[in-house]
Design a protein. Sequence first.
Length: 80
Amino acid sequence: AGGAMAPYRVVGPASLVAWFMQYSVMGLAFQFFDHALSKALGVKPVWYGEELMLPPPSKEEQTPSPSQSDPAFRAKSTLK
């Protein structure tokens, strides 16, 4: 009745604001839980924003990998 673009005519300023709010809140929640779980498990959180543009750490800066027989390592890797 309204042509091929009829379904898209309902998108207005309120739709754009709702979309922005939804995804900004989701991003905030993800970062909060990422940092909380990373701290609880003793691992580094996911990189965000500017951190993505930095070069990777050198071999000297990287932490040595834990032993496979370490119970804390086994528990953390099981939860991943």
